[in-house]
Design a protein around this ligand. Sequence first.
Ligand code: ADP
Ligand code: MG
Length: 341
Amino acid sequence: MPRPKPTRNLPGELALIDSIRRKASAGRASSTLRLGIGDDCAILRPTTGYEICVTTDFSLENVHFRRDLHPPQSVGHRCLARGLSDLAAMGADPLAVFLSLALPARTPRAWVDGLMEGLLALARRHHVPLAGGDTAQSPQLIAADIIAVGQLPRNAALLRSGAQPGDTLYVTGALGGSAAELLALTRSPKQFRNFTQATSGHPHLYPQPHLAIGRRLRKLARAIIDISDGLSTDLTHLCQASGFAAEIDEAALPIHPLATHAERSGLAPSALELALHGGEDYELLFTAPPTTPIPRTLAGVPIRRIGTMGKPKRNQPLIILKSKTGQRIPIKASGWQHFTK
Ligand code: ADP
Ligand code: MG
């Protein structure tokens, strides 16, 4: 196929890749990354006795982000955060990430620079090199695909299927913040335009993947999943994979202050709904035997005990919410699903 011509806004493919390579200062070898950007393949050398885990996640314009809402730094940050959160949910150490970018010819150079700035700032924070990718012209919309590669001691991965009846169910951080911030962002995008640097308190624009917690949980938890599509949906995945059911306690759910504020200010009808069904919190949901002592905080993040795992009962929903008034309410997976809306 003939290569598309370079445009005024973006430099040609080679120059763009070269600028990414310089910014990533990759190609710099380490004990696990033998070769980074610049050849036909990157070369990774995992630690002896470890196995590799790999995850890929799309960030698509108008599906996962909107150019009129999200600062490009946030798009880059969130793109990488999705991949790193998946590694965290296995208890893995990141080895390297790869970025495939499809850009319309008219994408402003400054937008791509912003995306790379946000992505590389998060990569540096977690000491993970950008070791390669692909760059192509797309007809209309931006697509960024992140591939994250991690390593784990052999057989140490924490799978969704590991939960046992009687396990206690825990969640990190707070829920519903990302959905609440997205509502605020949609209502008044201008107020968010200057948030071009990752700071805490922005669960939608700058979610923090919990790699350090995932690593600590290797020896404590039985099953982990990251909450990317909403508690109701991701807990359903965990229940289905393990073959068990869950009961969660409304009074114990850590509701993000932004979700509470969204309810109080009339932006959302219910903070609880945001916490149950709002996606993209990137908190970790995990189970551990009731006898395992779980610290109140891990890596500075509060850990809350929110319920228990049990045997599924015939004709009963997989998830029951025990309300503050003691009612038992069945919860359906109502978080984000592609191809349904
Ligand atoms: P090839 O045609 O052999 O696939 P490319 O010209 O696509 O090589 O890429 C050259 C080098 O630049 C490779 O190491 C590739 O991994 C890297 N690369 C290309 N695009 C990106 C990107 N968006 N981010 C990071 N590295 C990239
Ligand atoms: Mg290529």
